[in-house]
Design a protein around this ligand. Structure first.
Ligand SMILES: Cc1cc2nc3c(=O)[nH]c(=O)nc-3n(C[C@H](O)[C@H](O)[C@H](O)COP(=O)(O)O)c2cc1C
Length: 306
């Protein structure tokens, strides 16, 4: 397929050369991943979430492989926005892929401070991580539309690039949360982050993660995130959606586009296969060619009725 057939957009301000995005937290701060991977098939790569101050994260164990996917409870270890800008800002224009920043904080002012730093570093867009399952009080901004809106409004008021709100699949009313984010100034939503999960070792009887409950990612997440994408894109057709959850193949990408996503992020697959993007987009190309489809845009929201 000609590369023009792979372009997509998130609203009027954000054009992507490919619908495939590398998900936050699975490609480091992007520059490390680019050294071992192949960024060309991706429309963007999202750096790990960064906070106003350094966070040391949780003690080990904080990653647990599962038969299908993984549990993580990293607690968003990060160097803080000032060190991040210093480290990543110098490299960002030479990575061969547009880099998105991801902001996390305990309050709206903190999110805004991170967003200012990310913009100064030259990110192409910002994800607002409203859905980290590992914060101290166990609450996520995404559970509460009003708190979500407050954060999105604070970020949108300082950001010079498009902003997207990343929501949890455990959000009680995902449409209400997405609507609140849109009304507060989000240009798109990312559906979804990891789902709350828990595991225990039968040998030690200890939880698999030091923090107990963590985030589940991988193929089992796909139908859950797919439901979020479908419901939000149906209820709010003017709000672009980036799908995320369990993508391992070209068919997964196409299914998410049909469900209403304008772009699709892959995360956990990169741990086993850092160069997964080349294979996944090759599979997309083959599937589109076999159906005589010339543009991925022709698939967005085209799920048929019974
Ligand atoms: C080890 C790990 C770390 C993650 N860190 C972040 C993060 O810092 N910020 C964020 O928004 N999402 C983070 N995520 C969530 C992913 O971006 C993605 O939303 C989730 O894993 C679902 O996609 P997947 O099933 O393709 O992995 C992380 C996921 C994993 C597995």
């Amino acid at each position: 397929m000609a590369s023009g057939g792979l372009t997509t957009s998130l609203g009027s301000s954000l054009e992507l050369r490919s619908p495939l995005i590398a998900a936050s937290g699975t490609v480091g701060s992007v520059w490390e991943w680019v050294e071992v991977a192949d960024p060309e098939p991706y429309g963007a790569a999202v750096a790990k979430s960064v906070a106003p101050e350094p966070w040391k994260g949780r003690p080990p164990p904080r990653l647990a492989p599962l038969p299908s996917g993984m549990l993580n409870g990293i607690g968003i270890q990060n160097p803080g926005i000032d060190a991040w800008v210093e480290e990543v800002g110098r490299k960002i224009s030479r990575l061969g892929v547009p880099v998105w920043g991801s902001a996390v904080a305990h309050d709206a002012q903190g999110f805004a401070r991170v967003a200012e730093g990310l913009c100064s570093a030259g990110v192409a867009a910002i994800e607002i991580n409203l859905s980290c399952p590992n914060l101290e009080d166990g609450q996520m901004f995404s559970f509460d539309p009003a708190r979500s809106a407050q954060v999105v409004g604070a970020v949108a008021s300082v950001a010079t690039v498009a902003v997207g709100a990343k929501l949890s699949p455990n959000t009680p009313d995902i449409v209400a949360a997405a609507r609140a984010c849109r009304d507060a100034g989000a240009d798109f939503v990312v559906l979804t982050n990891t789902a709350l999960g828990f595991g225990v070792s039968p040998a030690t009887r200890r939880p698999l993660l030091s923090g107990g409950v963590g985030g589940y990612s991988g193929p089992g997440l796909k139908p859950i995130s797919m439901r979020c994408v479908y419901e939000v894109s149906t209820a709010l057709p003017d709000l672009p959606v980036v799908a995320c959850g369990g993508v391992v193949s070209g068919s997964d990408v196409i299914e998410y586009l049909l469900a209403g996503a304008s772009a699709v992020a892959a995360g956990t697959v990169h741990f086993a296969e850092p160069k997964a993007g080349r294979r996944i987009m090759g599979e997309v190309d083959t599937l589109l060619s076999s159906q005589g489809i010339s543009s991925v845009r022709d698939l967005i929201g085209q799920v048929a009725g019974w």
